[in-house]
Design a protein around this ligand. Structure first.
Ligand SMILES: [Zn+2]
Length: 168
């Protein structure tokens, strides 16, 4: 079973974070069918999806998110790919005895792309402040700088500590 970082972010952020950096090396957690199946099992709302198309959308979303975090223009191809998928997403309401529920139509890629558009619209997306970390997060207050307090924030604290010791 693949271990994925930072679950519980918006769907598109969870997808973007399937590309990670471990000890300076880029790792694709959904590089094979097993990884794709493990990731989809954690997001049962999506249903089955082709791995190649999922990875292609993930890479487009990562480019859009990185451009958002860096406040630079994004690769037009990536923007086009996200838009083409998001356009197919159709959210409708169904009335139930527990109140109206949203039904997401258009398929998993459409739902993920729509999520990416919503993340950008919410203007809360940031990249982890650890330069050796490639994760994004959208939750949290303005003070949040790191993806994770146990790993990246800790590493930054240790680095500052080492710096202080080497200066003294
Ligand atoms: Zn991080």
């Amino acid at each position: 079973m693949t271990t994925f970082p930072l679950l519980g972010e918006p769907l598109a952020v969870d997808l973007a974070n399937t590309a990670v950096r471990t000890r300076g090396r880029e790792v694709d957690l959904i590089a094979d069918d097993a990884g794709v199946a493990d990731w989809l099992a954690l997001h049962p709302v999506l249903g089955p999806v082709d791995g190649d198309r999922l990875r292609a959308l993930r890479d487009a979303i990562r480019e859009v998110f990185q451009a958002t975090a860096d406040t630079r223009s994004a690769d037009p191809e990536a923007v086009r790919a996200v838009n083409a998928a998001a356009f197919r997403c159709l959210a409708t309401l169904t009335s139930t005895s527990d109140g109206p529920v949203v039904e997401w139509g258009g398929g998993p890629l459409a739902v993920l792309a729509r999520s990416a558009v919503e993340v950008v619209a919410a203007a809360t997306l940031r990249g982890c402040a650890n330069h050796d970390c490639v994760l994004f997060f959208a939750h949290g207050d303005d003070r949040r700088k790191f993806c994770d307090t146990k790993t990246c924030a800790n590493r930054a604290r240790q680095a500052r500590h080492r710096e202080r010791q080497s200066q003294s």
